[in-house]
Ligand binder design. Structure first.
Ligand code: SF4
Ligand code: F3S
Ligand code: FES
Length: 259
């Protein structure tokens, strides 16, 4: 169901030369599964675009001035927490890092598919990420279970520390899972985010797990062999993690384990 656009009164910032002055239409897929009778429908909001406006600013303006019932998530506004991921013009991305000037005059916003819908643009990625993490035991399994905390931690080569840090930059936004065709077909697929997590711990010399252990965890169709190299994960990751390389490398290692 399409509804007539809700408009906001032009702001002084736009008229005094600070704003871009374009009329921006945001067509939002709305649905509240917790409200009896709610059905998914498109709602169009029209606002005046301002200089440097992000989708975070645009949605906040809509919620403050047009529609207090609109649901969406933001915490850091700086591409760090991963909570603002949504489908923007058909592609998963972070709303707080999306400048409206890079969108057309009318943009569509929808919640990430695959994850539990809380309402409108808000989804429960945290629940899925926790389940994935528990399944992969995505934490350090220390070689020494009771390290002497009064001593300096063992030295690590800077190159290795850099490699681990690179993979640790994942913010668990869920974009890679939302974009992945395999995740749509296989409910228990751990996704690129899960495989990246395994690749990260595999590198870590403080973790005692071997490739045989990792094979037990991801050596199946819900793990690394379920990945069909669709590469959408790699294309949409807002942190530009080397997901394709990591998954291919992990697959080769796990294949050897299975022989
Ligand atoms: Fe987001 Fe990239 Fe992490 Fe996937 S791998 S959850 S897209 S940061
Ligand atoms: Fe999915 Fe990425 Fe593999 S999109 S199929 S996890 S390469
Ligand atoms: Fe934290 Fe966008 S609000 S990543």
């Amino acid at each position: 169901m399409n509804e007539a656009p809700i408009r906001v009164v032009p702001r002084a910032t736009a008229a005094d030369g600070q704003g871009a002055g374009r009329r921006l239409k945001l067509k939002v897929l709305r649905h509240n599964p917790h409200q009896p009778g709610s059905v998914p429908h498109w709602q169009t909001y029209e606002i005046e675009e301002a200089e440097g406006m992000t989708l975070f600013i645009a949605l906040t303006e809509i919620r403050e001035k047009l529609d207090a019932s609109l649901q969406f998530d933001f915490v850091c506004r700086a591409g760090i927490c991963g909570s603002c991921a949504m489908v923007i013009d058909g592609k998963p991305a972070l709303a707080c890092r999306t400048l409206t000037k890079n969108l057309g005059a009318e943009a569509t916003l929808a919640p990430l598919p695959f994850f539990e819908l809380i309402g409108d643009l808000s989804v429960n990625t945290g629940k899925w990420m926790r389940g994935m993490s528990e399944r992969l035991e995505g934490w350090l399994h220390m070689v020494d279970p009771r390290p002497d905390l009064t001593r300096m931690e063992q030295r690590m080569e800077p190159e290795l520390a850099d490699q681990i840090y690179e993979l640790d930059r994942c913010i668990e936004c869920g974009c890679c899972v939302a974009a992945c065709g395999t995740a749509r077909m296989r409910e228990d697929f751990v996704g690129a985010v899960g495989l990246n997590r395994v690749a990260r711990f595999r590198l870590d010399p403080r973790d005692k797990r071997t490739d045989a252990d990792y094979y037990e965890i991801v050596g199946d169709d819900d793990g690394v062999f379920g990945c069909m190299t669709l590469l959408a994960c790699h294309d949409v990751c807002p942190k530009e993690l080397p997901l394709a390389t990591q998954i291919a490398y992990l697959r080769r290692k796990m294949m050897r384990q299975g022989l």
